[in-house]
Design a protein around this ligand. Structure first.
Ligand SMILES: *[C@@H]1O[C@H](CO)[C@@H](O)[C@H](O)[C@H]1NC(C)=O
Ligand SMILES: *[C@@H]1O[C@H](CO)[C@@H](O)[C@H](O)[C@H]1NC(C)=O
Ligand SMILES: *[C@@H]1O[C@H](CO)[C@@H](O)[C@H](O)[C@H]1NC(C)=O
Ligand SMILES: *[C@@H]1O[C@H](CO)[C@@H](O)[C@H](O)[C@H]1NC(C)=O
Length: 454
C-alpha cells in the first residue's frame, strides 16, 4: 500500500470509530482556524442542545413505540431517533418490534443493545406486559402502516381503549400499504403524522377512494438531519479526510466531477434511468467538445449477493456502453457521510410518485451539494428548482433533461457551488433535528391532550 493511501485509510478508520471524540477535537481546533463557517456554526449546535428543549413536556411520560420490524431501513431508524430524543428529556420509552426474524439476527441484536444502552425498555410483541404497557401508556406511537397488524393481534378487545392515544407515523406511499387489514383503525386514532404534504394528500385520497375510510387529524412533519451528520458536514477536516479516502478507493482524481445516486438499487429508485442520462451526458460533452475534468457516476446501494435482475441489467448496460471506468458501484451502506463528503452532485431519481420524503436529499444539502431530482414526492418540498438544484420529470421523459442538467452543473462550477450553498442554508433554516423535534413536539402535545380527554 502506498504511504498516502495508508494514511487516508487510517484517518477514515479513526473518524468512523470515534467520530464524536474526533469531531469535538476538530471543532476546538477549527474555532481558531480561518474557517469562519465552523466558528459561526458551533455555538448554534451548543445552544440548541442545552437551550430549552421543545420536547421537555414529555418528561416522565410513558411512551410505547410499536415498530413493524427492527432493521437498518429508514422507518425503524427514525423511530429509534425519536426514542432517543424522548429519552434525552426523561420520557419512559418502551419499544416493541412486531415482526422479528425467528433465527439469530445480528442487526436486531445490535439495535436492541443500542436501545437498552440509552435506557429504552425492549418488550416482546405479545403478552400481558405488552398489553399492560399499552393501557398504561400516555402515548402509543405506531410506526408505518404495516404496524397496524399489531393492534388486533395483541390488544384484542382492549383495542378501542388504546386507539384514542395512538399517534400513527406513516412513511410510505406504495399501493400495497392501502389494505384494510393494516389501516382499518386509522380513522379512530388520535392522529397521523406523515413526512411530506404530498404523501399526506395521497393518503387522504387513497383511503377515501379505495377503502372508504377517513384519515384522522393528519400532521405533516418534515424530517431533520441528525446532529452527528451535521457535525461531519460542517467539519472541513473530517470532510477532507473522507473525500481523500473515498476518491482514492474509487480511483478518481481530486478534480474529477462525481455524480452519485445513493439509494438501495431497485427500479423504483431509478438507477437505470440515471445511468442512461449519465451516458447521454458523456456523449453530449464529446459532441460539443467541451473541455472539463472527467465525469463519474457513483451508484451507492448495490447488493450483488441479492443477484437481482435489475442490478444485472445496470451492470450489463455499463459494459455495453463501455463506461466501466466512469461508473462505480458501491455496496449498500448506512455510513453515507463519507460519500456525501466526496461527491459533487447528488442525484435523487426516484420514480413514479417519488420519495415519501427522501432523507438523503437533506443530508446531501447539508454537505453543500446541489441536487438533481425528479419532480415528484417529497423532493418537491425540499429542492427549490434552479436555486438548490434542478428538477426533471420522472420516467423516460426525464432522461434527456437530466442529461442536460448533468452537463449544466459539470460545466458551471460557480452555479454548482452556489446551489450547494443555498441548499445548505435551506437545511439550516428548516431541516435540522431541532426543527423536527419542534414540529413533533407540537403534534405530541395535541395528541396527549386528546388522549387525556378520553
Ligand atoms: C470571520 O468573520 C468575521 C465576522 O463574522 C469577520 O469580521 C472576519 O474577518 C472573518 N475572518 C475570516 C478569516 O474570514
Ligand atoms: C387527490 O384528489 C383530488 C381530487 O380527486 C385531486 O385533485 C388531487 O390531485 C389528488 N391528490 C393526490 C396527491 O393524489
Ligand atoms: C461488496 O459486497 C460483496 C458481496 O457481499 C463483497 O464480495 C465485496 O467484497 C464488497 N465490496 C466491498 C468493497 O466491500
Ligand atoms: C425546473 O426548472 C427548469 C428550468 O427552468 C424547468 O424547465 C422545469 O420545468 C422546472 N421544473 C419544475 C418541476 O418546476
Amino acid at each position: 500500500m502506498p504511504p498516502n493511501k495508508h494514511r487516508g485509510l487510517k484517518m477514515l478508520i479513526l473518524a468512523l470509530l470515534s467520530l464524536s471524540v474526533i469531531a469535538l477535537l476538530f471543532i476546538q481546533t477549527t474555532t481558531y482556524s480561518s474557517n469562519n463557517k465552523s466558528v459561526i456554526l458551533d455555538p448554534q449546535i451548543k445552544t440548541t442542545s442545552s437551550g430549552s428543549n421543545p420536547l421537555e413536556f414529555m418528561k416522565s411520560k410513558l411512551v410505547l413505540m410499536v415498530s413493524h420490524e427492527l432493521s437498518l431501513s429508514g422507518g425503524p431508524l427514525l423511530l429509534m431517533e425519536l426514542a432517543f430524543l424522548l429519552r434525552a428529556v426523561g420520557s419512559d420509552v418502551v419499544w416493541i418490534t412486531n415482526q422479528k426474524p425467528v433465527q439469530h439476527d445480528d442487526v436486531v441484536l445490535a439495535l436492541e443493545k443500542k436501545m437498552l444502552d440509552k435506557g429504552v425498555q425492549v418488550l416482546p410483541a405479545k403478552g400481558e406486559k405488552a398489553v399492560d404497557t399499552a393501557l398504561k401508556a400516555d402515548l402509543v406511537i405506531l410506526n408505518t402502516a404495516v404496524a397496524g397488524k399489531w393492534l388486533d393481534a395483541v390488544l384484542k378487545e382492549k383495542v378501542t381503549v388504546v386507539l384514542p392515544k395512538i399517534l400513527w407515523w406513516i412513511h410510505e406511499m406504495r399501493g400495497h400499504y392501502f389494505k384494510v387489514e393494516y389501516v382499518k383503525h386509522l380513522p379512530f386514532v388520535a392522529g397521523a403524522m406523515i413526512d411530506s404534504h404530498v404523501t399526506a394528500e395521497y393518503w387522504k385520497n387513497r383511503t377515501r377512494e379505495r377503502l372508504g375510510i377517513k384519515m384522522p387529524e393528519t400532521y405533516v412533519v418534515h424530517l431533520g438531519n441528525s446532529k452527528e451528520l451535521m457535525q461531519i458536514a460542517e467539519n472541513s477536516v473530517v470532510r477532507r479526510a473522507h473525500r481523500e479516502h473515498v476518491r482514492q478507493s474509487l480511483g478518481v482524481r481530486n478534480d474529477d466531477i462525481l455524480f452519485a445516486i445513493i439509494n438501495s438499487v431497485s427500479r423504483g429508485k431509478g438507477q437505470d434511468l440515471f445511468l442512461r442520462s449519465f451516458h447521454e451526458s458523456l456523449q453530449l460533452i464529446q459532441e460539443k467538445k467541451l473541455q472539463m475534468p472527467s465525469l463519474h457516476a457513483v451508484v451507492v446501494g448495490s447488493d450483488i449477493n441479492a443477484q437481482t435482475k435489475f442490478e444485472m441489467e445496470l451492470r450489463k448496460f455499463v459494459m455495453e456502453k463501455k463506461i466501466q471506468d466512469r461508473v462505480h458501484f458501491v455496496n449498500k451502506t448506512l455510513a453515507v457521510a463519507p460519500y456525501l463528503a466526496s461527491i459533487d452532485v447528488l442525484v435523487q431519481n426516484s420514480q413514479a410518485r417519488g420519495e415519501c420524503f427522501g432523507r438523503i436529499t437533506i443530508e446531501a444539502m447539508a454537505f453543500r451539494l446541489p441536487v438533481l431530482g425528479t419532480a415528484a414526492g417529497g423532493t418537491m418540498e425540499i429542492v427549490v428548482n434552479k436555486t438548490t438544484g434542478l428538477l426533471h420529470l420522472v420516467g423516460k421523459e426525464g432522461v434527456t433533461p437530466l442529461a442536460n442538467n448533468i452537463v449544466n452543473l459539470a460545466t458551471h462550477v460557480e452555479r454548482r457551488l452556489s446551489m450547494g450553498k443555498k441548499g445548505y442554508e435551506r437545511v439550516k433554516e428548516m431541516f435540522l433535528e431541532h426543527h423536527m423535534a419542534h414540529r413533533i413536539a407540537l403534534v405530541l402535545k395535541e395528541v396527549l391532550q386528546k388522549g387525556s380527554h378520553n
